[in-house]
Design a protein around this ligand. Structure first.
Ligand code: GAR
Length: 203
């Protein structure tokens, strides 16, 4: 099988990255995690990636000051060096410019800890509790220039309990994230999900 070469971009813990690495171990998985890139030198996920024998790169955004394009050119160079075909953002906490997004259009996914289009942005679990929603979950979507707005590839949810806290909700949503991200990447790598308009076309 000709597996797609995937880079996972992280900024921290890397539990979604680890879920993707685990899923990609299966012989019939259509993608391999070839590279993990972090914009933070101290991201815990880097050590996990190295333990799994995966190449890592650090592109430290602080070295580029306000120059987002220079940062992204360095990112592109790291991706090109490993002949990356698909990109998964997994807790990658940098905004990307429309230029970078359009270079990877249809080939870049993000995971967001809420049922988009609800609760774009940060502190999604706190905001879900404050809003009193009865269902909360996670979404994998294609990345488009607008933040947390791309066509949805996979989504799943849980019932919110009366005694839920931000932490308990985060923990249950994280389990969902670890299930749906490998599924969404599989669909993209197999050509079953593509970005053609404002919706993901699933075949
Ligand atoms: C995950 O919950 C992910 O959905 C979220 O950050 C966490 C990273 O955890 N991403 C965002 O909030 C993006 N706006 P991880 O490093 O253990 O995968």
């Amino acid at each position: 099988m000709n597996k797609k070469r995937v880079a996972v971009l992280i900024s921290g813990r890397g539990s979604n990255m680890a879920a993707l690495i685990e899923a990609a171990k299966a012989d019939d998985y259509p993608a391999e995690i070839t590279l993990v890139v972090s914009n933070r030198p101290d991201a815990a996920g880097l050590a996990r990636a190295r333990e799994a024998g995966i190449a890592t790169a650090i592109v430290d955004h602080t070295r580029f000051g306000e120059d987002r394009e220079a940062f992204e050119l360095a990112l592109d160079a790291a991706l090109a060096a490993q002949r990356i075909e698909l990109v998964c953002l997994a807790g990658f906490m940098r905004r990307l410019t429309p230029g970078f997004v359009s270079r990877w259009s249809g080939r870049m996914l993000n995971i967001h800890p809420a049922l988009l289009p609800q609760f774009k942005g940060l502190h999604t679990h706190r905001r879900a509790l404050a809003a009193g929603v009865k269902r909360h979950g996670a979404t994998v979507h294609f990345v488009v220039p607008e933040i947390d707005a791309g066509p949805i590839v996979a989504q799943d949810w849980i019932d919110v309990r009366d005694d839920d806290t931000e932490e308990s909700l985060a923990a249950r949503v994280l389990e969902i994230e670890h299930r749906i991200y490998p599924r969404a990447l599989r669909a993209l790598a197999e050509g079953r999900a593509s970005l053609t308009s404002s919706r993901t076309q699933a075949t």
